[in-house]
Design a protein around this ligand. Structure first.
Ligand SMILES: *Cc1c(COP(=O)(O)O)cnc(C)c1O
Length: 228
């Protein structure tokens, strides 16, 4: 199947999930995660109608920026060492994995004058040891501290659910992130409007959509692992 056919299938699934949960399709954005594939494959996704490209490593991020930035928004979705921030800060529009003040400091130092990076706070909802992200109980304190870094705008929360062979089991994780988002949103912080939820991957995006995802991050199921 080519990317276009895969996208059609995903589109169907998202629309069904929207109907089931009473959501408006226009509130959901698909990020094609291109970390396993070439720039040519990423462009194939753009040709198929994808408007958002996601990368989790610096090398791939620079390569996809060169290939796709004229035609898609770019999302950095992985962990990044503070000293590497300068490589992407003027190239990427969205950063999904903010979980340390040291990163915010570096964004502040490196961000072009007047630009504010659209950031998601990564939250470790499930509490898995192996997962990056802030524990939920530390999120409010972290947001308070971010007031001092106008180069960072918190547009939402991001999480990765543990892999489950039954994706239904991820639902409580996504729901908890939505409740946390609602709480932050209702506080009306100017530097943290926090309207968005970045959640759902190949295995669990239908559940994430039902629970309120506004950005789903889909790799394997959309662009595959190249050449098939
Ligand atoms: C790789 C990755 C994805 C996409 O994973 P798939 O299971 O291939 O869809 C989504 N989010 C993050 C943070 C990733 O690293």
């Amino acid at each position: 199947m080519d990317v276009k056919e895969k996208l059609q299938q995903i589109e169907q699934t998202i629309q069904t999930a929207c109907v089931r949960s009473g959501r408006d399709r226009s509130h959901i954005h698909i990020i094609a995660v291109t970390k396993y594939v070439s720039a040519a494959r990423a462009l194939e996704a753009v040709d198929a109608g994808i408007e958002h490209i996601g990368e989790n490593r610096l090398e791939g991020a620079l390569e996809k920026w060169e290939a796709c930035s004229a035609r898609a928004s770019l999302h950095f979705i992985g962990t990044l060492q503070s000293r590497k921030v300068k490589e992407i800060v003027d190239k990427y529009d969205y950063f999904h994995s903010l979980d340390r003040l040291s990163l915010a400091k570096e964004f502040q130092k490196r961000c072009p004058e007047g630009k504010s990076l659209k950031c998601f706070l990564q939250v470790n909802v499930s509490g898995e040891q192996s997962k990056e992200g802030l524990p939920p109980e530390e999120v409010f304190d972290f947001i308070e501290r971010l007031k001092n870094y106008p180069a960072v705008t918190v547009i939402g929360l991001m999480t990765m659910a543990p892999f489950e062979s039954d994706p239904e089991k991820t639902r409580p994780v996504f729901r908890k992130l939505r409740y946390l988002r609602d709480e932050i949103r209702d506080r009306d912080y100017p530097h943290a409007p926090c309207l968005h939820l970045s959640m759902g991957m190949s295995n669990d995006y239908p559940v994430a959509v039902e629970e309120g995802a506004t950005f789903v991050r889909i790799g394997t199921r959309l662009v595959g692992e190249e050449s098939f």
